[in-house]
Each structure stands twice: as structure tokens, then as C-alpha cells.
Design a protein around this ligand. Structure first.
Ligand SMILES: [Zn+2]
Length: 84
């Protein structure tokens, strides 16, 4: 079982299809149970698609990581503001 931190750390690799099949399965299983990570995954995928479509260049991993970190901090703040 992998943690939210690990999922977020692997998200950009996962979206670029650069993760091993078994790790990808673990991430998908986690996403199915975790709303916060699903939100990050969807936002990241959308963000990366927009950037990719407008530039049609490969994203440097540093930028992807920064986008993920920004989204994740926003999700964390929202999750803290409205606990279930
Ligand atoms: Zn999670």
C-alpha cells in the first residue's frame, strides 16, 4: 500500500507513462479510494494537457513537479478547511 505522498511524487511520471505497471496499479488503486489524490491527479492531468497542447514540447520534470506541488498544497488547504 502506498501513501498519498508517494502517489503525488509519482503522479507526473504516471501521467507520462514512465512508471512500472505494478506501481501504476497501486497508484490507480489508491486513487480509487482517495478523493484528495484523485483531485490532484485530475487537475494535474488537465494542467499538463493544456501546457502540452499549447506548446507541443515535452515538459521538463522540474516544471511538472512544481505544478503538482502547487496543486497539492491547494488541495491540502481545501481538505483542511472542510473535513468530512
Ligand atoms: Zn491519497
Amino acid at each position: 500500500v502506498i501513501s498519498c505522498g508517494q502517489v503525488v511524487a509519482e503522479l507526473s511520471s504516471c501521467l507520462d507513462d514512465r512508471v512500472a505497471a505494478d506501481l501504476r496499479r497501486e497508484i490507480e488503486a489508491h486513487l480509487a479510494k482517495c478523493a484528495a489524490c484523485t483531485a490532484v491527479y485530475d487537475s494535474t492531468r488537465r494542467t499538463l494537457t493544456i501546457v502540452t497542447e499549447s506548446r507541443t514540447i515535452e515538459l521538463p520534470e522540474v516544471i511538472s513537479g512544481r505544478i503538482v506541488a502547487g496543486i497539492m498544497s491547494r488541495v491540502r488547504k481545501r481538505a483542511a478547511a472542510s473535513p468530512r
